[in-house]
Design a protein around this ligand. Structure first.
Ligand code: TIU
Length: 264
């Protein structure tokens, strides 16, 4: 188990940042008043909202909804559906604080030109990527099952990254988008913990991003993969990043709101 740490924000740090910015406009404080500490494993994560993005991985109907491709393969979608409410709460708090949100979807071109043959035949299932499925062609862009669940649907202006692989950096423009916006920190949620979340965090780590993975906002069809996936990230002094429950991130974001209010 990843230890659940009680939510806390380093009030002293928040006060110091506020004091430094009191002479600024409220918008400046929102943009530059970061540096909130999030209680996390293996040690606190210094969240700077101005340089951070919430990266929500593959919360797609085909993976999460009853009757979708994931369930058709015999997977227990309840293991993923338990992440919907925590993701909704975190997404709401993140949007309210003014942070950048980026969504990803795993899928392929309708002509499947970007689908490696090795990926297509993997699993030897009767139904594979590109075939008709319960919600349209499986993992094909533009199909109903490929889209993001309504509970977490992207808002206007929030970038959506269509990725052909498990990692969100491979064969996408994610790195360019992050660089162009000065993003150095990724708060990562989504499914599945052991596959697309882990792959993306490892890709991000090698590109120099500090990743905080939100434990209850990630899920795997296999609970043991979820648990080990999180442990592998925070082990060895945070070899790939940090892990924290959503309550701790939301508590830190509330600190940003306090600073906004205090400046008015
Ligand atoms: N998004 C993601 O993790 N895609 C997968 O294929 N996950 C599995 O667990 N198979």
């Amino acid at each position: 188990m990843v230890p659940q740490v009680s939510p806390s924000v380093d009030g002293r740090l928040a006060y110091a940042v506020l004091a430094l910015n009191l002479h600024r406009e409220p918008a400046f404080i929102l943009a530059f008043g970061g540096g909130m500490l999030v209680e996390a494993q293996p040690y606190p994560y210094s969240l700077n909202l101005e340089a951070a993005a919430l990266l929500i991985i593959d919360m797609q109907r085909d993976f999460l909804e009853p009757g979708g491709f994931g369930e058709m393969l015999g997977n227990d979608v309840s293991q993923l559906r338990r992440t919907i409410e925590p993701n909704k709460a975190l997404l709401g708090a993140w949007r309210e604080a003014g942070g950048l949100v980026i969504h990803t979807r795993e899928g392929h071109r309708p002509d499947l030109a970007d689908l490696p043959p090795a990926k297509k035949i993997r699993g030897r299932g009767a139904t594979c990527i590109g075939d008709p499925g319960p919600m349209g062609r499986i993992l094909v862009r533009g199909e109903a099952g490929h889209d993001i669940i309504p509970e977490l649907y992207p808002a206007a202006g929030e970038p959506v990254i269509d990725k052909p692989g498990k990692g969100a950096f491979f064969a996408t423009d994610l790195h360019a988008i992050l660089q162009n916006r000065g993003i150095a920190q990724l708060v990562v949620t989504g499914v599945t913990t052991g596959v697309c979340v882990n792959t993306t965090v490892r890709e991000a780590n090698d590109r120099g991003y500090d990743c905080l993975v939100v434990a209850d906002c990630c899920g795997s069809y296999f609970p043991e993969f979820h648990e080990m996936g999180l442990r592998m990230i925070a082990a060895q002094g945070g070899i790939f990043g940090w892990v924290a429950p959503s309550a701790n991130v939301i508590a830190a974001l509330a600190g940003v709101k306090v600073m906004k209010g205090a400046a008015k």
